[in-house]
Ligand binder design. Structure first.
Ligand SMILES: *Cc1c(COP(=O)(O)O)cnc(C)c1O
Length: 340
């Protein structure tokens, strides 16, 4: 299989690759005919490396590679209070020996201690990051840039990562992942009809799209369920980031809006707000597989996939791959929704 050579991009290894692909035998036995003969596999990007793992580590391998090459001593990033990206940036910078500052916004309307102090937020402190909390409507990027300028004036070398780590450099982690999946599928003797992921800052989907396009595969093989932006905006973000990532790699290929396979119908009332489908999906995966989806991203995306499979979107005998993207600490911030 022709793959893009990303070797010229510096990379700091943070996880053990390839991550395993496994069938969901327990869930399949439990749901029986409701799956319409479709086989669901999961790719375990939730199992990984450091800091309780998750999809942000693939991006951070390239982001921290670039930061180290630039001689950075400090990394700054932004996110919501329960950001998985912020938590994994804190863990990865600790490992890489960089100082970390996080600008976290109260964008989810919750003040209870599970949300404000447990889960990811607890781990940010444990990994030694300096945390600045901002109101929900604050411009965290501007605050982070101002802080970066102040630190630079003191002689520090500062590298800022965008929300979710979804710059073209961060997206390289999922360019690689697309090729990794297709190689594993060959080894398993399986053809995936769809690769499904949650979509927050669009970088995971964009990286997969860029990866698939660059090796001559249909970019629509990757599908995301948007959990943050509404559908049209999310589609635009994936498109823009996929093309920026292709440009970064030097590929000539570009993708168009028709290449972006995205569904915004399982987000519910908003980012970080539970839905009935998410609760069903998280419980089902836990009780039939002993595996953990998260309440903000992968729980809603898996709810979307289950909906599609039950509705007969995929023919009997086909196989679909769900990307388990981590977010495990978020479970502890959603005790009230998930209890019982
Ligand atoms: C960030 C995140 C996603 C979405 O990835 P993006 O690249 O931001 O779209 C999915 N699942 C989990 C658990 C995440 O933390």
């Amino acid at each position: 299989m022709p793959t893009l050579d990303l070797a010229r991009f510096p990379r700091l290894p943070l996880l053990t690759l390839p991550t395993p692909i496994e069938p969901l035998d327990g869930l399949t036995a439990h749901l029986g005919d409701a799956l319409n003969g479709v086989r669901i596999f999961v790719k375990r990007d939730d199992l990984a490396g450091i800091g309780l793992g998750g999809n942000k580590l693939r991006k951070l391998e390239y982001l921290l590679g670039a930061a180290r090459e630039a001689g950075a001593d400090t990394a700054i990033t932004v996110g919501a209070i329960q950001s998985n990206h912020a938590r994994l940036t804190a863990a990865a910078t600790a490992r890489a020996g960089l100082t970390c500052e996080l600008f976290l916004t109260r964008s989810v309307p919750r003040q209870d201690p599970d949300y404000t102090g447990n889960g990811n937020r607890l781990l940010d402190d444990l990994f030694g990051a300096t945390v600045h909390e901002l109101p929900g409507d604050a411009d965290s990027i501007a605050a982070a840039e101002a802080r970066a300028d102040a630190l630079r004036a003191e002689g520090r070398v500062v590298y800022t990562f965008p929300s979710g780590g979804s710059s073209p450099t961060g997206c390289l982690g999922y360019v690689n992942c697309a090729a990794e999946i297709l190689t594993q599928a060959d080894t398993l003797g399986v053809t995936f009809a769809q690769i499904v992921t949650a979509n927050g800052s669009a970088g995971t989907h964009a990286g997969l799209v860029a990866g698939l396009a660059s090796i001559g595969r249909d970019p629509r093989l990757a599908k995301s369920f948007a959990v943050l932006a509404e559908e049209a905006r999310a589609r635009g973000e994936v498109l823009e980031k996929a093309n920026a990532t292709l440009a970064l790699t030097g590929a000539e290929r570009r993708v168009t809006p028709e290449d972006i396979n995205l569904d915004g119908r399982h987000r519910g009332p908003g980012y970080g707000i539970p839905t009935a489908g998410m609760l069903e999906a998280v419980r089902l995966m836990a009780r039939t597989e002993g595996k953990l989806l998260d309440p903000v991203y992968s729980g809603k995306a898996f709810a979307g996939l289950l909906h599609d499979v039950r509705a007969g979107l995929y023919p009997a005998g086909s196989s679909v791959l769900f990307l388990m993207t981590g977010g495990t600490p978020g479970i502890f911030a959603y005790k009230e929704a998930l209890a019982g």
